[in-house]
Design a protein around this ligand. Structure first.
Ligand SMILES: [Mn+2]
Length: 328
């Protein structure tokens, strides 16, 4: 495969490779509210490094969402309050800033040797070794590049992890970030025996009953404003409980707002157990929501960003709608 040469002092691929080779034990960290890319990339690395004879542990502040429990090795991911065995190297995977490790941040910071593998342009490079490429559509792409520099054939389980990571971060290969390298990597995963039909169905077609019951609660509250250019949805704790759902079941709900024809920006506001309001925002070019999220202390990408607001639902929705209208 043709490899792109990245002239970027934050792209320390060789340094990550040699750190991995010389480490006897590794602790991998994902980000809070773990998604397909962070978990898939962490678990692919875990499987590979175990085959290299290393002792590997993985740790995340937050639960593995139920739609990702099929990932090989996901049952071994430790919670933030676990006490890991001693390790030589800490690697943060798909973690844009150190505080995105949540309660694991202190453990990472105290490690003797640290590395980060990430694709967020906002990543300041907070580790000793930083392998960051903001042009990669998923962290999984960077992990795949690392694997290509190891003299080992890919296993089916590694392929399943990397496919999960890449496909979820590209919205099943439809986001603008999807590039030729994504498909070159898919070719490699298929050669490794990826059961594509089975896993694409698990990830993109199957719905859990609480998710569908959430739609029944949420969709009647659809708001369309600004001449149809902005749409929004909201969910309170009572509705969440009626649907027997949890936060993980909310994945994808914001798409019902952004997928309305004519809509350029959308939000989904949900009340969390502590009363704060978590807002997911989406935009279509030429609109962007990253600056709006940043203004209120959140983060993310131009077309997908999020923020948590410490105010009642009505006020949070009004605040976000005002900001979105302003950005139009
Ligand atoms: Mn990612």
């Amino acid at each position: 495969m043709k490899m792109t040469t990245i002239l970027n002092d934050r792209y320390q691929q060789d340094e990550v490779l040699s750190a991995v080779l010389s480490a006897g034990s590794v602790l991998l960290f994902g980000h809070v509210s773990p998604d397909g890319d962070t978990l898939g990339s962490v678990l692919a690395l875990k499987l590979r490094m175990e085959r290299m004879g290393k002792k590997v542990q993985a740790m995340v502040d937050g639960f593995v969402p139920s739609y990702l429990t099929f990932l090989p090795g996901s049952e071994a991911v430790m919670a933030a309050d676990a006490v890991p065995e001693a390790f030589d190297l800490a690697i943060a995977v798909d973690v844009a800033s150190a505080d995105r490790m949540g309660k694991c941040e202190a453990l990472f910071a105290a490690a003797e040797k640290t590395a980060v593998i990430d694709h967020h342009g906002t990543n300041p490079g907070y580790a000793q070794i930083n392998m960051i490429d903001e042009h990669a559509p998923a962290t999984a792409i960077l992990v795949y590049r690392l694997f290509q520099h190891m003299d080992m054939a890919m296993t089916k389980d590694e392929a399943i992890c990397l496919y999960t990571a890449l496909s979820t971060d590209t919205g099943n290969f439809i986001y603008d970030s999807t590039n030729a390298e994504s498909f070159a990597m898919m070719s490699g995963l298929m050669e490794a025996g990826l059961p594509l039909a089975d896993y694409s169905r698990r990830l993109f077609r199957q719905k859990e009953e609480p998710h569908v019951r959430l739609l029944v609660e949420v969709l009647p509250g659809l708001r369309v404003i600004a001449d149809g250019k902005i749409a929004g949805l909201r969910l309170n704790q009572q509705q969440l409980q009626r649907a027997h759902a949890n936060g993980g079941h909310c994945e994808g709900i914001v798409d019902y707002a952004i997928d309305l024809r004519g809509v350029g920006m959308a939000y989904f506001a949900r009340e969390m157990a502590d009363g704060r309001i978590k807002v997911s925002m989406r935009a279509l070019e030429p609109y962007a929501v990253d600056k709006i999220a940043a203004r209120f202390g959140g983060g993310g990408h131009k077309l997908a960003a999020g923020v948590t607001l410490d105010m009642p639902m009505d006020e949070a929705v009004q605040t976000i709608e005002n900001a979105l209208c302003e950005a139009l």
